[in-house]
Design a protein around this ligand. Structure first.
Ligand code: RB5
Length: 145
């Protein structure tokens, strides 16, 4: 069964989000687009961050993807949810380390600072990289202690 991945954005991340949804589908995942479904320059990032972070936090899905202009608003919001480790990744190395060391379960992309192509490459790296465990597992566990 295809893994369900929730994806959301605000108006700044809207175009990149659509590209990521297409890419996830092409890769064989089951992307669930929480919106926005059309471009609304007045929308607010928490309205899209919350449903994605909530689904990851509750275990309803394993992973989520969010994008806004800087990626910061999405990160602030998503990381308030227990068990969510939202990683703001502006290049592939950050995405890779966020998985290897932090076991990130939510990828945040800064749409104003990456091209669509870079965003797709960062997504690939993030999806394909495994958590290393070991000493990193101890540290990740301490986040919630
Ligand atoms: C929206 O204007 C902008 O603030 C948002 O996309 C993001 O950069 C917030 O962190």
């Amino acid at each position: 069964m295809a893994e369900k991945i929730l994806v959301g954005a605000d108006h700044v991340g809207f175009k990149l989000k659509n590209r990521l949804v297409d890419e996830l589908r092409r890769l064989g995942y089951e992307p669930v687009d929480v919106g926005p479904k059309s471009l609304d320059p007045a929308d607010d990032y928490p309205d899209y961050a919350k449903p994605v972070a909530q689904a990851v936090s509750s275990g309803e899905v394993q992973r989520g993807v969010l994008t806004c202009g800087t990626g910061l608003g999405m990160s602030y919001t998503a990381n308030r949810f227990p068990k969510v480790r939202a990683a703001l990744a502006w290049n592939e190395q950050v995405a890779e380390l966020s998985r290897q060391h932090g076991n990130s379960n939510l990828l945040v992309l800064p749409a104003q600072f990456v091209t669509e192509e870079q965003g797709v490459n960062i997504l690939h790296t993030w999806l394909e990289t495994n958590f290393e465990g070991g000493r990193h597992a101890r540290r990740v566990e301490k986040i919630d202690q």
